[in-house]
Design a protein around this ligand. Structure first.
Ligand code: ATP
Length: 192
């Protein structure tokens, strides 16, 4: 297929994925087609069915069961997901589709023929991750502990050889951003 390969961005909650994606949007608007199946940062035109229209959720569930979605998740009773065809469309338009998914999403995508570049964003340490999540002020103590536990598992799995093409440790934000940009520039030069 023509066009730049999609890029999967993964990493534990609090590692800095949204921060880096915002910087990309700020600097390269129109170059990327973001696909973020998380309720609070959902960017159209990707498939989302957070609406109240009856029947749409069921229709999407049928499509998910049929395997047309490369990743999906449910938040607060709404379904979010990214279909293979929407990623293909972004690619056909010459844009880099960035998929922000968790480690399970990475596993699922590996079962498909999408063939993206896998980039992991990692925090410098668990202590720093905890501090960033606390300072972000978005979590209750309970959800924070859950995220930290998930982060421990994520960091272990992400370091296994062959899972990611590149690991970026987000210590200094500007440095991490430079690294991410260089991966994306490479992707855009080696078109399909
Ligand atoms: N290099 C950095 N140095 C200091 N603080 C940072 C750095 N990168 C991100 N942060 C801060 O850490 C917090 C977590 O970052 P962010 O929300 O981007 O993480 P995330 O990976 O998108 O998390 P989630 O998956 O929960 O959305 C934010 O408050 C952000 O401002």
């Amino acid at each position: 297929m023509e066009g730049p390969r999609p890029v999967v961005l993964s990493g534990p909650s609090g590692a800095g994925k949204s921060t880096l994606m915002k910087m990309l949007l700020r600097d390269y608007d129109g170059v990327f087609g973001f696909s973020v199946s998380r309720a609070f940062v959902l960017h159209p035109p990707f498939d989302s069915y957070p609406n109240i229209l009856s029947g749409r959720k069921e229709a999407m569930q049928e499509d998910i069961d049929d395997g047309t979605y490369i990743e999906n998740a449910e938040f607060s009773g709404n379904l979010y997901g990214t279909s293979k065809s929407s990623v293909d469309e972004v690619r056909a338009n010459g844009l880099i589709c960035i998929l922000d998914v968790d480690i399970q999403g990475v596993r699922n995508i590996k079962q498909t023929d999408l063939d993206p570049i896998y980039v992991s964003i990692q925090p410098p340490s668990m202590e720093i991750l905890e501090k960033r999540l606390r300072d972000r002020n978005t979590e209750t103590e309970e959800s924070l502990l859950k995220r930290l536990e998930a982060a421990r598992v994520d960091m272990e799995l992400s370091n296994e050889p062959g899972v990611f093409d590149m690991l970026i440790v987000n210590d200094d934000l500007e440095e991490a951003y430079e690294k991410l940009q260089s991966v994306l520039i490479e992707v855009s030069l080696k078109r399909g």
